[in-house]
Design a protein around this ligand. Structure first.
Ligand code: SIN
Length: 264
C-alpha cells in the first residue's frame, strides 16, 4: 500500500527518495497516481533497490507517456525503447556529454519523463545533478518573464538541420506544466540554438544569460547512484548534468524516455 512508502526530500530545490515499494510487481491504480503526484511535487524521484528487466522498465515508462524510439542512437537489441548509458574504463566522454540538458526536447511533443536504471556504478563519482526550471523562471524579473513568454525557441538535435522533422521542433520558451500549470523555463544548451524569428547571433546574448541563470546552485539537487536504483525525472521541470569524475571506471545504466502524451 502506498501508505507504507517513505518519502525523504533530497534538497530544498528538488528531488525525493521514495522507499517501501517494489516496481517489479504491477502497481495498483492508486499507487500509479501517487507516484505521478510525487513526481509532480518533487520533479526527481530516487527509488532504491529496484530489480527491473527491460520490459518492466518500458512498462513503468508507459505510466508517464509514450516510449520514445531514438532515431539516432543504438537501442538495446531486445527492447528498442531502452538506451544504454555506458562509460567504459577506457572511455573519456560520458553518454550525454558534459553539459546541462533536458532529454529529447527536439521532438513535438517533447519528452515528458526519463527513467534511468543503475546497473554498474563506480564506488565514488558519477552523480547526476538536476536544476529546477520552475524556480529558474520564477526568480527572473517580471519584465523579463513577460518578454520570454512571447518567444519560441528552435530545438535541434546536434549535427542535424531544422528541416529534418525527426530532429527539430519549435517550443515556447516558457512552458506551463500540463499537470500543475506552473511555468518553467524550457530552453537548454544542448538543443536550443536560436529564438524563432531571430538569427543565432541575435539570440545568443539572451540565450547565454538564460543558460547560466537556469542552473544556478540554489536551483540544484544532486543524486548519487547505487546498483538497481531507478531515478525518474520530469524533463519539463528539470535539466540534468552527468558528472564525469570517475576516470578508469565503468558506469552502466539503462534509460527509457517517454514523450508527453496527456497521461502526465
Ligand atoms: C542522461 O543524460 O540521460 C544520462 C544521465 C546520467 O548518465 O547520469
Amino acid at each position: 500500500m502506498s501508505d507504507s512508502w517513505k518519502v525523504t526530500p533530497v534538497s530544498a530545490a528538488l528531488g525525493a527518495v521514495v522507499e517501501g515499494l517494489s516496481l517489479s510487481a504491477s502497481l495498483a491504480g492508486a499507487e500509479v497516481e501517487r507516484l505521478r503526484d510525487l513526481l509532480a511535487q518533487h520533479h526527481v524521484l530516487v527509488l532504491p533497490d529496484q530489480e527491473l528487466n527491460e520490459d518492466t522498465h518500458v512498462e513503468l515508462g508507459s505510466l508517464f507517456g509514450t516510449p520514445y524510439l531514438h532515431p539516432f542512437l543504438t537501442a538495446h537489441p531486445d527492447q528498442p525503447a531502452v538506451l544504454e548509458v555506458l562509460k567504459n574504463e577506457t572511455d573519456e566522454a560520458t553518454f550525454g556529454g558534459e553539459y546541462w540538458h533536458a532529454d529529447i526536447t527536439f521532438t513535438s511533443p517533447p519528452a515528458a519523463v526519463s527513467l534511468l536504471h543503475g546497473l554498474e556504478i563506480p564506488p565514488l563519482g558519477g552523480d547526476t545533478l538536476f536544476a529546477n526550471q520552475f524556480l529558474a523562471f520564477e526568480r527572473l524579473s517580471p519584465r523579463l518573464q513577460e518578454l520570454l513568454e512571447t518567444l519560441d525557441a528552435h530545438h535541434t538535435y546536434p549535427g542535424m538541420t531544422e528541416e529534418d522533422p525527426r530532429a527539430h521542433a519549435l517550443h515556447p520558451v516558457v512552458r506551463r506544466h500540463p499537470r500543475s500549470g506552473r511555468r518553467a523555463l524550457f530552453v537548454n544548451p544542448a538543443f536550443v540554438s536560436r529564438f524563432d524569428g531571430m538569427t543565432a547571433e541575435e539570440s545568443r546574448p539572451l540565450l547565454e544569460f538564460l543558460f547560466e541563470h537556469q542552473v544556478r546552485p540554489e536551483f540544484q539537487g544532486r543524486v548519487s547512484w547505487r546498483p538497481n536504483q531507478l531515478t525518474i525525472w520530469d524533463n519539463r521541470a528539470v535539466q540534468h548534468y552527468a558528472m564525469n569524475d570517475y576516470p578508469g571506471q565503468r558506469r552502466r545504466l539503462q534509460r527509457v524516455t517517454v514523450l508527453e502524451s496527456g497521461v502526465f
